[in-house]
Design a protein around this ligand. Sequence first.
Ligand code: ATP
Length: 224
Amino acid sequence: MRIGILGGTFNPIHYGHLRSAEEVRKALKLDEIRFIPSALPPHKPKDEVASAADRLEMVRIALEGYSSYVCDPVEVERGGPTYTLDTLKELARTTSDEDEMFFIIGADAFLELSTWYEPKQVLNAVSFAVTLRGNQNTAEYIEAILKVIREIEPGSCFDEFLREIKFADNERVIKFIPITEVDISATRIRQCIRASSSIRHLLPREVELFIIRRQLYRYSGIAH
Ligand code: ATP
């Protein structure tokens, strides 16, 4: 199986996540994408983050009816801070050696790789699908990423034809996938809710109804 891993805060999940997952699934011919909500999102004020249980439930609701999308509670169940390396080790237990995994990540987040816990081990553990949105799809952006990777793995090189970074002594790859720019973020959705403006068509209707029911993000009535 070819499996995509899509981690995130999903606070809440929205159509930006779902559309990019779909485009990566098609581009890499993935059989399955696992959406993995984080337990404790770093760098985010506590009162802005819905509980892990609610975020997990919203992902479950959003993925209902899509056979190739799976909600994976691995990080929420483990609790505590999220280290990608720990998650990958845990996923290795629920996948077979023949499975090929791609960690899906936005180019801006991937540029921060050197600040992650054990970046070299992470690079050696999994292939990456790096999404390029709108003005990120440029040679300069790829060059900036290559620079970050070379500091960690000096032997890596960019294959222009395949649009992927290869490593000298490792079969893993970093694939670049241009995707449609969908101007939706969880931040914007939370702002709309606080301002009592409509969030319709930014996320699945069932997730919107869950937010209303649970009164998440200081909900006090959404315009329709
Ligand atoms: P926030 O606004 O709270 O920071 P977010 O909307 O960026 O949240 P995350 O849960 O932090 O959502 O993102 C998880 C993953 O989804 C990241 O890799 C991020 O790059 C990607 N992502 C988020 N929004 C979009 C979007 N509109 N289009 C494509 N990818 C997205």
